[in-house]
Design a protein around this ligand. Structure first.
Ligand code: NAD
Ligand code: DAU
Length: 352
């Protein structure tokens, strides 16, 4: 592939997108980065304060469901490459309201593929990179790992919509010869994650003396990856991955949810001097998530062997950094906890 110069990064105001832009914009002054984000509840420009004045960073508020708005972005910037983060990303929200998930994750991806196919000059020399999830593979039992060959078997409207978007991206490679890559990653954690997800929700509730709601028995297992390790993998695959290929990305850090919560309590107590056993008393078992996948585990040997990627952050050091970030950024926390946030928390946890 020819070196990218003008990159549309969708969803750059969200958790992973903003971490990626914060790392890549200063590191790659030879590239222009256009953050295309419509700023849903999950998108926050405060996550991008550190780079917003840099000359190679541009923000365009646009909805990927709106092809006319995307066409304007393409006409203005003539991007050669796309890194596609934008999505509705929270499984519980997809249970209570699946429609937006299909509209953004499926139709939004289709719109971007169409723009790339029809409006990017010499698109075959550049790259469309699609960020996806290990949830497309469904649920594992006690053993086994997801490889790139694992059959798709999604359980939620979120994972079904991501599976559909993956299929579209691959279809555009096979039918139109577009140079696409896909990464399917495990659970990310780190700074700037919206506090609807397990890690930031538990950190903030622990600090604030609120209940720590564990779905079911807390025995479900996820594989945790520090977000900056994921960001490095995305750049590597974007730049050097083989066209048409999929790469699984994982942290090699499987944990039961209940153990994650104990670890968060320990890290919060350590960072603040709060009483560990008092926070333990905040643990509350609540009604399980419908269709709750039991276990995810990633076999990342392909990206390791072909591109040399390995996670660098240990789970313990990544967790300590994450807790520290939430303690040091109360302004960010306040700004994302809008009325809409409080409404979601009331609705989701009142029913459990
Ligand atoms: P997020 O919910 O934090 O952020 C999503 C971003 O997309 C927000 O800035 C939001 O405003 C934007 N967005 C949503 N709908 C849009 C639309 N219609 N038009 C334009 N922008 C829109 O999500 P995240 O956790 O950063 O996830 C980013 C990507 O990574 C997603 O595709 C997700 O499926 C994938 N992923 C996430 C994880 C994880 O653990 N968080 C793991 C693997 C893969
Ligand atoms: O595996 C990758 C996926 O990880 C991404 O594709 C998704 O975008 C991302 O949201 C995440 O999905 P999960 O459903 O695994 O993440 P979540 O943080 O919502 O939940 C993690 C686990 O914790 C899951 O087993 C459900 C449980 N949980 C979650 C919440 C919010 C609880 O027990 N209590 C809670 O309050």
């Amino acid at each position: 592939m020819v070196k990218p110069q003008t990159i549309v990064a969708t969803g750059g105001a969200g958790f992973i997108g903003s971490n990626w832009l914060n790392l890549m914009v200063p590191r790659h002054p030879e590239c222009e980065f256009i953050n295309v984000d419509c700023l849903t509840y999950a998108g926050n420009l405060e996550s991008l304060e550190a780079i917003s004045g840099l000359p190679n960073y541009h923000f365009e508020r646009a909805d990927i469901r709106d092809r006319v708005a995307l066409t304007k972005v393409w006409k203005q910037y003539q991007p050669d490459s796309v890194v596609h983060f934008a999505a509705e990303s929270h499984v519980d929200r997809s249970i209570s309201g699946p429609t937006e998930f299909v509209e953004t994750n499926v139709m939004g991806t289709l719109n971007l593929l169409e723009l790339f196919r029809t409006e990017t000059a010499e698109s075959n020399r550049y790259r469309f990179h699609h960020i996806s999830t290990d949830e497309v593979y469904g649920s594992l039992g006690e053993t086994g790992m997801f490889t790139e060959e694992t059959r798709y078997d999604p359980s939620s409207a979120y994972s079904a919509s991501k599976a559909a978007s993956d299929h579209l991206v691959r279809a555009y490679s096979r039918t139109y010869g577009l140079p696409v890559t896909i990464t399917n990653c495990s659970n990310n954690y780190g700074p700037r994650q919206f506090p609807e997800k397990l890690m930031p929700l538990m950190i903030l509730n622990a600090l604030e003396g609120k209940p720590l709601p564990i779905y079911g028995k807390g025995e479900n297992i996820r594989d945790w990856l520090y977000v900056e390790d994921h960001c490095e993998a995305i750049w590597l695959v974007f730049e050097k991955g083989a066209s048409g290929e999929t790469y699984n990305i994982g942290g090699n850090a499987e944990r039961k949810n209940i153990d994650i919560v104990h670890a968060i309590i320990g890290a919060v107590a350590e960072a603040t001097g709060m009483d560990n056993s008092k926070i333990e008393g905040q643990i509350t078992y609540v009604k399980d998530r419908p269709g709750h996948d039991f276990r995810y585990a990633i076999d990342a040997s392909k990206v390791r062997a072909e591109l040399g990627w390995e996670p660098t952050e240990s789970f313990e050091s990544g967790l300590a950094k994450t807790v520290k970030w939430y303690l040091e950024n109360p302004k960010w926390v306040d700004s994302v906890r809008s009325g809409e946030y409080r409404q979601w928390i009331d609705q989701n946890y009142a029913q459990r």
